[in-house]
Design a protein around this ligand. Structure first.
Ligand code: UDP
Length: 375
């Protein structure tokens, strides 16, 4: 049985790496190819090196100012030219990117079993986040095995009529990567961080660019005004629209705002752990920071990770951050509850999700093989 693992962005690599390591270590050995579409070329190499994730082929499809439509088109064409004749038995994709959607469609049309890691996350609004919510809903229609990170993701899939036997709750493999990485790096490698209390900022969602991002920058300035000892560390996403806004608002605030290039994954984990709190519109950062005991102001209208909100570890402040100052006042006044952090880690599988995901995949392909042999 041969399989293809298809990914294109940094968060996909982080979440696939523990599962791929377990599949590659399986006995008897499985024939797999790991393919990177290169959707995030600039920030991928550092992540792959940090994770020890060996890629068999990089399709190098990235182009400047690419749209999701162009990524989907180029990925389908390239995968078809390169891999359709190999007819993989299964195709594994992760999450909700253009690459994941195109990879799932390629697998479905080629009659491979589509396996979806991080299945079932939903805001139930196809415009928030855009286009990720649409992509993940569509991947669910095509997948034969849904690997859900938390029980609420399973509920979402059941509510959409997905066959219960095709869903397994395996935890969040991002937590495996995070724990593995933190175990390898020195705790005292922090000289590069701002001195004193700081807020870690990451903002990049497409639907938040423009006016919403500018409004968020104004709320960040209000936060700095309200807390004169607080600084900001903002590793700025490579998207030119994010860069121009970040530098327009904070380029001359070097006294209190450190705008940096995207950080490599180990450094970014350090920064999340050391930060007073995080301000972000990211999906993965909501999970990671909360697992590290740092609260997150979510700069969005909706989140697909409601458990962390219910545990008091994350809080939605709106896509234009109108709720930021209230959230900051609370974050500054009250300590993080360690019981909530432990509950959040337990919900995500306590660092064993990669092994559970690989076992679920191996069981599925064995079952598929038995069906093919009987046919
Ligand atoms: N990340 C990183 N360096 C950075 C910012 C983020 O390594 O400067 C990692 C972070 O640790 C997390 C992932 O990138 O695992 C989140 O990716 P992103 O916010 O781009 O995407 P999302 O999770 O929203 O899909």
């Amino acid at each position: 049985m041969s399989g293809l693992v298809i990914f294109g962005t940094r968060p996909e690599a982080i979440k696939l790496a523990p599962m791929v390591a377990n599949i590659r270590g399986a006995q008897p050995a499985i024939d797999i190819g790991v393919v990177c579409t290169g959707q995030h070329a600039e920030i991928m190499t550092q992540t792959l090196n940090a994770l020890d994730l060996v890629v068999d082929e990089n399709l190098n499809l990235m182009q400047r100012d690419q749209t999701p439509m162009e990524v989907v088109e180029r990925t389908i064409v390239s995968l078809t030219e390169r891999y359709a004749s190999e007819r993989p038995d299964w195709v594994l994709v992760q999450g909700d990117t253009a690459t994941a959607f195109a990879g799932a469609l390629f697998g479905y049309l080629g009659e491979s079993t589509v396996i979806h890691l991080e299945a079932g996350l939903r805001t139930h609004d196809i415009h928030e986040p855009w286009p990720e919510e649409g992509f993940r809903q569509e991947i669910a229609r095509l997948a034969g095995l849904h690997l859900a990170p938390y029980p609420c993701a399973r509920e979402n899939l059941l509510n959409e009529g997905i066959e219960p036997d095709s869903i397994q709750v395996i935890g969040n493999s991002g937590l495996d990567s995070q724990d593995g990485m933190l175990a390898q790096i020195a705790d005292d490698d922090t000289a590069w961080l701002p001195n004193g209390d700081f807020v870690l900022v990451t903002l990049h969602r497409r639907e938040n660019l423009g006016e919403r991002l500018e409004a968020t920058c104004r709320e960040l300035i209000s936060t700095l005004d309200a807390y004169p000892d607080l600084q900001i560390l903002w590793p700025v996403h490579p998207n030119p629209k994010v860069r121009s806004t970040a530098f327009e608002f904070f380029g001359d605030r070097k006294d209190r705002v450190m705008l940096s290039e995207p950080l490599d994954y180990p450094k970014f984990l350090h920064a999340q752990r050391a930060a007073k709190f995080v301000v972000s519109d990211s999906g993965g950062v909501q999970e990671e920071a909360a697992s590290l005991g740092t609260r997150v102001a979510i700069v969005r209208e909706k989140t697909e990770r409601p458990d962390a909100v219910d545990l008091g570890l994350t809080r939605i402040v709106g896509a234009d951050a109108t709720g930021l100052v209230d959230a900051v006042n609370d974050f500054m006044a009250t300590p993080v509850d360690p019981v909530s952090v432990a509950k959040w880690r337990a919900l995500q599988g306590n660092g064993n999700a990669g092994a559970a995901a690989a076992t679920a995949l191996l069981n599925k392909i064995e079952a598929d093989q038995a069906v093919r042999q009987r046919a």
